[in-house]
Design a protein around this ligand. Structure first.
Ligand code: EPZ
Length: 414
């Protein structure tokens, strides 16, 4: 059944462990292609996007095994780099395989990764960087082929700190001839995780200016390594916001508060009280969240766009009017009509959502259209009076390893 049923209206009480990070492990799986040997990943989340990336790795000749909580990738014998359209169109972050395959084999062909409901998601910055690094691009219909006789280290300045472009350049530069310098790089924790993984495999990477400048000195080979995937800050933020909407007290273990400072300060602004110790975060929600007069999504370490829809579900119940501005993607308010079906009072004005908080919202039959909007509907359902049926749960399964298990552990009825 591709749907989730939640009975809301009860405060949450409970504890759950936070899974490994989707957005950290995807580029690290691509990076495994650069290693002439086997890499072992621990704490890899069993989510649809990871399974899709595993299929992509297998399609270029990697041997992948997933046993007893560890995932091993053996990229000793690659067999060429044409990525099957089926997987690339299903997951646009497949584009991250380009840098790794160019770095290791010098060629890749990929069907143009389309946009998705939250935005066009162009890859111009990725392609401009590859061209500067000595890659020749050819388009034939919707297939993009990239070739190089050898990647040469270059100076690259990003007009916008794109996460994917930063990752793709790092992957292409790891085995390049000479040094690559990225200026205006993304500073998300997922970039740090990728650099840590690659350094563990023998890459030479250092950062300056708090991560805004990344220097990669190409090496001849990368060697076998093991790595533990860090916890998923967006999953942790989702459950914290779920508690803010439904009320109660929850504890998240293996949640890194240091990666959630902007989110935790908004939670405090709404009246949440939290403590964090070495292993996790404990949050007690207020009776009713206070409104947030204005918040704008930003690149890290600002408030993350991936927790914007979930925040709307909390503010729908806040005392007063809130304004949330989406500054990263051009169409990321898709969940709003579904929240309105549950009784929320939200209007969209350009890049801003204006939310008039209401006392209660009610259960309804709603439909997820993308990953984080689907997570926002789960949050709203936990707070709503009555039962909510969320269709298209497969969107949510792309990023949440065990939503039912986690929500039950936190005291929700799902
Ligand atoms: C990553 O996407 C994440 N995905 C996204 O999480 C996240 O929302 C995003 O970073 C921002 O933090 C993964 O890590 C797999 P970007 P990415 O390149 O790399 C524009 C989730 O829910 N842009 O930083 O695609 C782009 O259109 C997903 O887990 C260009 O214009 O994000 C967007 O408006 C959703 N040209 C903005 O930059 C380019 O060449 C940010 O994109 C590249 C990007």
């Amino acid at each position: 059944m591709d749907s989730i049923h939640i009975c809301g209206g009860c405060p949450l009480h409970g504890e759950t462990r936070i899974q490994g990070s989707k957005n950290a492990v995807l580029p690290i799986l691509a990076a495994a292609v650069l290693v002439d040997g086997t890499v072992t990943l621990y704490n890899c989340p069993k989510i649809a996007d990871v399974l899709c990336m595993v299929r992509l790795l297998q399609s270029v000749g990697c041997l992948v095994e997933w046993r007893a909580g560890k995932l091993t990738v053996d990229a000793s014998h690659l067999c060429g780099g044409s990525l099957p359209e089926e997987y690339v169109t299903r997951m646009r972050s497949s584009v991250i395989m380009m840098g790794a395959l160019l770095g290791r084999t010098g060629r890749v062909s990929i069907s143009y990764p389309g946009g998705c409901v939250i935005g066009k998601r162009p890859i111009n910055m990725h392609l401009e960087a590859f061209t500067r690094m000595g890659v020749v691009l050819e388009e034939e219909g919707s297939t993009l082929t990239a070739k190089t006789e050898g990647i040469s280290g270059s100076e690259i300045t990003l007009a916008f700190p794109s996460v994917g472009a930063t990752e793709n350049i790092i992957l292409a530069a790891a085995l390049a001839e000479g040094e690559t310098v990225i200026r205006g790089a993304a500073r998300e924790p997922e970039i740090t995780a990728l650099c840590k993984f690659l350094t563990g495999a023998g890459a030479e990477i250092c950062t300056e200016e708090g991560g805004a400048v990344i220097r990669i000195r190409g090496v001849k080979k990368l060697h076998t390594c093991t790595y533990r995937v860090p916890s998923d800050r967006i999953v942790a933020g989702t459950y914290l916001l779920g508690c803010m909407a439904a009320g109660g007290t929850i504890r998240l273990t293996e949640a890194d508060a240091g990666q959630l400072t902007a989110v935790l300060s908004v939670i405090q602004q709404m009246g949440g009280e939290y403590t964090c110790d070495g292993t996790g975060i404990t949050l007690t929600a207020p009776k009713r969240p206070a409104a947030v007069p204005y918040l704008k999504t930003k690149v890290y370490p600002g408030y993350p766009t991936d927790l914007q829809s979930q925040l709307l579900a909390v503010l729908a119940l806040a005392q007063g009017e809130s304004v949330v501005e989406e500054a990263i993607f051009e169409n990321r308010f898709r969940v709003v009509p579904q929240l309105i079906r549950m009784g929320a009072h939200i209007s969209i004005e350009g890049t801003q959502a204006v939310i008039e908080g209401v006392q209660t919202i009610h259960g309804a039959a709603v439909t997820a259209e993308e990953l984080r909007g689907g997570a926002a509907l789960c949050i709203a359902a936990l707070a709503a009076d009555g039962e909510t049926h969320i269709a298209n749960r497969h969107f949510i399964d792309r990023g949440y390893e065990a939503l039912e298990r986690d929500i039950r552990r936190l005291g929700g009825r799902i």
